[in-house]
Design a protein around this ligand. Structure first.
Ligand code: ADP
Ligand code: MG
Length: 678
């Protein structure tokens, strides 16, 4: 491996180095890991007579006339020559490339790769790729920028490879056990594969490296993130807590709660993710853990991504804890002036046991007295930094994060490798699955009638507006569209009904007002953008219509749909979409056919690919360059067990035989720290 600057490669001057930088390549090593995005296969040679006009093909032909030069105008010079393949003619035109034209020799045979033109009896190619017949069979195609095209990159890689020495860092026993090719072989063959089987071997090795490094780094971070603290929770009060509830806890809830409480009595901080599908009852889990922590003398805090959600949590905590004498406060951006000052001082004195809020809690002047438990809800909405700032309010407090984005367990282990995980895989009893229909906009009027019928029965509903802009949901044009749409509905289809509007551009006091009216039943139909996606809980709402459903991510649709089906009534979700493509139909069909968020996320991963799935960087992972998490899941498992067995026998990687592995893990840890800083 070499950290030498890219400009040390022969032929790479300042200007070219700048271009490489634009592709994210600044060192020789980075160049080796700048993998081709595709390959051209010159090994599949077609006879010219078998080619079809318009197809891209590789043919082999003998040049029968030397290139002739003709200057068409300034800046455009053509070189033309003829070639022959068993009596079938190929006319070749090269544009402007004198260098290439001069190398063509009459009588020689070459490979030509490009788009076929011409007629029935002869063929032509413009600016084909021309290779000698002994040339490489499989050639790389790189992502390019401006004048730095794929051929220039290829040439630079070739030059760099000819001087490179590769250091194997994996011990032989691992290479043997997992049937991996050597590192040098892998780098050479990912760029210039001798064959497709060599390419596969190379790819497998590099995927393994990528995931293995990640696993090691994650596991080491996890070892280090279990810091000591002095917030031991000695007694479990879950049974007492359960008496406060109008229902019994599900087994999944009980297990998650006891995972947390067990984490908190060893003098070491808890670092746990509660992953549960929408409606699985995460709030009650959080409340139970708070209850026990508070009874053990600690202060607790819970941070939610939106004011609506914070207010809702606050309201349910106040209700649950009403008979306990526990002091609960709400702190959001709307908490100001005297009220805020009073809360801050009571918090500092330790008079408040539990504070619920938004990121308003992480502000500098918010101080605690004996904060021991920090919870973030819908953690994917927060940056790693915000979570860290909340934890910094005490010395290594217990940390619990909650996520309603179910993802397959193996992937959860990878993304949240630094956390322990409890999964709520059971919904509270009595929930009826939400029936889901996909309709096109032509029968929307009928759907409106169906919604009205539910409103007439005393139920409530949502209509999620078409997204106008796919920017964030508080985008201005979405706001205007939502307003217009609400007007139209309340004056036409839903005349005489009480229709409310919710969008991200509203002041939080306005939103709060709307949500309060909706929760109390004053508003029957809520027209909304995706702001309702997160956590809003109104059990009497039983019907939802989502416009332009194909524009949403599957997990997002699942989250939206999770706003209904929360009470005892049967619920319905209507997805409106006029999308014609198979993939769009397949995606909506997934939502239609299951209510299980874990299955949905897996399908989402299959259909969209991991690039989109992990589209944001909030999870703190460096992006994966070569791994396709879906296709490479087996290699992921292998690296998990490999990393585990190495760390089991040498937890700090201090054994000299693991020195090179340690260097890789350290580098990755650094990278992850950088991602977190961003
Ligand atoms: P989420 O996991 O999506 O955050 P919530 O915590 O909002 O789910 O819970 C959804 C609904 O289920 C709430 O109305 C809550 O009161 C109810 N609930 C939670 N746990 C149970 C239970 N064990 N039995 C019955 N209802 C429950
Ligand atoms: Mg929730």
């Amino acid at each position: 491996m070499t950290g030498d600057k890219i400009s040390t490669i022969k032929g790479v001057g300042d200007k070219r180095a700048q271009l490489f930088k634009r592709l994210g390549v600044d060192t020789v090593d980075a160049l080796f890991h700048f993998y081709p995005r595709n390959y051209v296969d010159y090994s599949k040679i077609k006879a010219i007579k078998d080619t079809e006009i318009g197809e891209t093909a590789c043919v082999k032909a003998t040049v029968i006339s030397s290139p002739t030069e003709s200057r068409i105008r300034k800046g455009l010079t053509l070189y033309k020559f003829k070639a022959d393949d068993n009596g079938m003619r190929l006319n070749v035109t090269i544009f402007n490339n004198k260098y290439q034209a001069n190398k063509i020799k009459c009588g020689e045979t070459y490979l030509f790769y490009g788009k076929i033109g011409g007629s029935l009896i002869w063929r032509e190619m413009s600016s084909p790729e021309i290779l000698t017949t002994d040339g490489a069979k499989i050639r790389p195609i790189y992502r390019q920028t401006d004048s730095l095209n794929t051929y220039a990159i290829e040439k630079t890689v070739k030059t760099a490879l000819s001087n490179a020495k590769f250091d194997e860092y994996l011990p032989q026993d691992i290479l043997d056990k997992y049937k991996l090719c050597g590192y040098g072989y892998a780098i050479k063959n990912i760029h210039f594969p001798d064959s497709f089987s060599a390419l596969n071997k190379a790819r497998r090795r590099l995927v393994f490296d990528e995931l293995f490094g990640l696993q090691l780094g994650m596991r080491m971070i996890k070892q280090n993130s279990k810091l000591a603290n002095s917030y031991n929770v000695e007694t479990d009060y879950t049974n007492e807590f359960e008496q406060l509830l109008p229902f019994s806890l599900t087994n999944a809830q009980k297990n998650a709660i006891s995972d947390c409480i067990n984490d908190m009595n060893h003098g070491i901080m808890m670092n746990r993710l509660i992953q549960g599908d929408v409606g699985s009852g995460k709030t009650a889990v959080a409340a139970a853990v708070c209850y026990t922590a508070i009874k053990n003398g600690l202060q607790a805090t819970m941070m939610a991504p939106t004011e609506i959600l914070a207010e809702q949590h606050f309201a349910s905590f106040v209700k649950m804890f009403s008979k306990t004498g526990m002091q609960i406060a709400l702190l959001t951006g709307s908490t100001t002036g005297k009220k805020r000052a009073e809360i801050l001082s009571r918090l500092k004195e330790g008079d408040i046991d539990l504070i619920v809020g938004t990121h308003a809690i992480i502000q500098n002047d918010v101080e605690f007295n004996r904060l021991g438990l920090v919870i973030t809800d819908e953690q994917h909405r927060f940056g790693v930094n915000q979570r860290a700032m909340l934890s910094a309010k005490a010395l290594n407090p217990h940390v619990m994060v909650m996520s309603a984005t179910p993802i397959p367990r193996t992937l959860a282990l990878m993304i949240y490798g630094d956390l322990d995980i409890s999964i709520l895989d059971e919904l509270p009893p009595g929930r009826q699955p939400i029936e889901t229909f996909v309709i096109n906009s032509q029968i929307k009027q009928r759907a409106f009638g169906y919604i009205k019928k539910h409103l007439d029965e005393g139920r409530q509903g949502y209509i999620v507006c078409p997204l106008v802009s796919d920017e964030s949901d508080d985008d201005n044009s979405n706001k205007i569209a939502a307003e217009n749409y609400k007007e139209e509905l309340s004056q036409n289809q839903f005349k005489g009904y009480s229709v409310g509007l919710l969008h991200g551009k509203m002041k939080s006091s306005e939103k709060e007002d709307v949500m309060r009216k909706f929760a109390s039943g004053q508003i029957q139909l809520l027209v909304s953008t995706t702001v309702i996606e997160v956590g809003v809980d109104v059990p009497n709402s039983v019907i939802m219509m989502i416009e332009n459903a194909d524009l949403f991510g599957l997990s997002q649709l699942h989250q939206l749909r999770g706003r209904v089906g929360r009470g005892k009534h049967k619920s319905t979700c209507i997805l409106v979409s006029d999308a014609e493509t198979n993939i769009a139909k397949a995606r909506l069909n997934v939502i239609k056919s299951t209510n299980d968020g874990f299955i949905i996320s897996e399908e989402d991963l299959k259909l969209r690919g991991p690039g989109d799935f992990f589209g944001n960087r909030q999870h703190g992972l460096p992006s994966l360059k070569i791994t396709n998490l879906f296709a490479d899941i087996d290699i992921l498992h292998e690296t998990q067990s490999c990393a585990q067995s190495i760390l089991d026998s040498d937890p700090t990687l201090s054994d000299p035989k693991n020195a090179k592995i340690k260097a890789v893990a350290d580098k990755l840890k650094q990278k992850m720290a950088q991602v977190e800083m961003n």
